[in-house]
Design a protein around this ligand. Structure first.
Ligand SMILES: Cc1cc2nc3c(=O)[nH]c(=O)nc-3n(C[C@H](O)[C@H](O)[C@H](O)COP(=O)(O)OP(=O)(O)OC[C@H]3O[C@@H](n4cnc5c(N)ncnc54)[C@H](O)[C@@H]3O)c2cc1C
Ligand code: FES
Ligand code: FES
Length: 465
């Protein structure tokens, strides 16, 4: 039995937990405001909010319901466009209408819900953040300028938002209906449902579902699913014994918001904005990114450069291995079927450190990489490299740790000649193939150029391209 609150209604259902939530919403509950466009997480028409009770408070996140399994709704508050209606138009609906932000209307519910998520979020209420909140919503009609004006309008309306009393303020100021104020208390009764990872033979692990539900959605309905994203104990980013530990079910957006991850680079926010849309980042887990074993997985490359370890759990027996050894061949992992990923960890840089991530896609944003790469360098006070990790995606059958190039940099003084030599060495370690994302020659050139970009960003006084 899956229990959750849908808008203002308590739901209990025995339908398969692998069913897509958008289908449940539209075809079981007949809430047809949630639209289905691509069913691949790209268009945002199916955007809903998922509210989680954390310490008696509600945290709302926008997600694409076309990729979300019904089972991940357990104990949550699910909000569709119908659930944000008040008498008359709410402030967000009014801004979209007044600024001409809707024409055929197909995309509009998704925009409205994403912008409600923006109003509800704890983040800054700047125009930039407002636009980022709808970066995963596509509109074929308006040309976006009118939608941008609507966001401007909403940002102005939110100027008086009382951060300590967010929900009440949003209700009093006609952003949300009043039933929102009672949701945290109602969800208290839902807490404590156990998700057993110990009896998982013959079952499928599902994190956010953003890979599985794109690759093989039909297969998800009949199977029994272990909803790892529902396991709160597998979430979080914490520091212990000089290491950063990341729970397997931590979302990509939680990584973006983490002060520990932000401490790696002043450009950290930008790196994560290059990874999918907010809706997908809110769902996509770290384990999902590693286990799907895509040779261009962004988190895989990011974590490889940091020389991370991965911890696997087999019925309570833990096994920790270097992440670089986890990827054995194309979509082949050092992982038994019965093992689930528990966490990833890496030693936090102690010395003077430099971290950078670069990615080139056919589109700058909201696209999978043609080639991506991350680098982590630690130097002593005299500028000598004491630790180096370079990783790249799209240049091998696996997300590739460039072991020889990384080792080559260690023990040496950073200078132009050294860095130039490393560009050639890296070329010997990679074996890209031609595919829809580019030819062999293009990918080799991209890696060279992206490594130059690393060096220019990190060592602007030393490296002149
Ligand atoms: C529109 C869109 C844009 C995207 N953009 C990007 C992008 O820019 N960069 C990028 O890298 N990826 C991108 N992705 C891919 C995807 O979002 C990520 O790879 C994501 O991290 C997958 O995580 P998930 O939890 O959703 O995986 P799921 O689909 O839940 O699972 C993926 C695999 O991991 C396994 N799994 C999940 N959790 C565990 C666990 N704890 N233990 C063992 N196995 C587990 C599942 O069984 C499955 O085999 C995008 C996807 C979409 C739909
Ligand atoms: S239908 Fe396009 S993102 Fe869900
Ligand atoms: S108004 Fe038609 S797709 Fe946006």
């Amino acid at each position: 039995m899956i229990k959750f609150i849908l808008n203002n209604e308590s739901i209990e259902t025995d339908l398969p937990s692998g069913m897509v939530l958008a289908d449940y919403i539209r075809y079981k509950e007949c809430l047809t405001g949630t639209k289905l466009g691509c069913r691949e997480g790209d268009c945002g028409a199916c955007t809903i909010l998922v509210g989680t009770r954390v310490n008696s408070e509600m945290i709302y996140e926008s997600v694409t319901s076309c990729l979300m399994p019904l089972g991940n709704a357990e104990s949550k508050h699910i909000v569709t466009v119908e659930g944000v209606n008040i008498i008359g138009l709410n402030k967000i609906q009014a801004a979209m209408t007044n600024e001409g932000g809707t024409q055929c209307g197909f995309c509009t519910p998704g925009f409205i819900v994403s912008l409600c998520g923006f109003a509800l979020s704890k983040g800054s209420k700047s125009q930039e953040e407002g636009i980022l909140a709808i970066a995963g919503n596509i509109c074929r009609c308006t040309g976006y300028k009118s939608i941008e004006r609507a966001v401007e309008h909403i940002v102005k309306e939110l100027e008086g938002l009382d951060g300590n009393n967010r929900l009440d303020w949003l209700i009093e100021n006609d952003f949300l209906p009043s039933y929102f104020s009672g949701i945290a208390a109602r969800l208290k009764n839902y807490e404590g449902k156990e998700i057993n990872l110990a009896t998982h033979q013959q079952k499928v692990f599902v994190g956010g579902g953003t890979d599985l539900y794109v690759q093989r959605p039909q297969e998800m309905l009949p199977v029994e699913i272990v909803h790892t994203a529902q396991r709160e104990d597998l979430k979080g980013i914490w520091k212990a014994s000089g290491h950063c530990h990341i729970g397997a079910s931590t979302s990509t957006e939680a990584l973006k918001q983490s002060p520990l991850i932000q401490s790696l680079s002043p450009n950290s926010d930008h790196f994560f904005n290059l990874i999918s849309s907010l809706q997908i980042r809110n769902m996509a887990t770290v384990a999902g990114n590693l286990v799907n074993a895509s040779p261009i997985g962004d988190l895989a490359v990011f974590l490889l450069a940091l020389d991370s370890n991965i911890v696997l759990n087999d019925n309570g027996a833990l096994r920790e291995i270097p992440l670089k050894d986890f990827f054995q061949g194309y979509k082949t992992l050092d992982k038994k079927e019965s093992e689930f990923v528990q966490e990833v960890n890496f030693a936090l840089p102690r010395a003077k450190h430099y971290f950078n991530f670069e990615k080139v896609c056919k589109r700058t944003y909201l696209d999978i990489a043609s080639v991506n790469t991350a680098i982590n360098i630690e130097c002593n006070n005299h500028g000598k490299v004491i630790k180096a990790g370079l990783a790249a995606g799209g240049v091998a059958p696996v997300p590739k740790y460039l072991a020889q190039t990384s080792a080559f940099l260690v023990g040496k003084q950073i200078n132009q000649a050294l860095l130039e030599e490393s560009l050639d060495l890296a070329q010997k370690e990679v074996s890209p193939i031609s595919d829809v994302r580019g030819s062999v020659e293009y990918k080799r050139l991209l890696l060279r150029q992206l490594m130059k970009a690393h060096y220019q960003v990190l060592f602007p006084d030393v490296y002149l391209a």
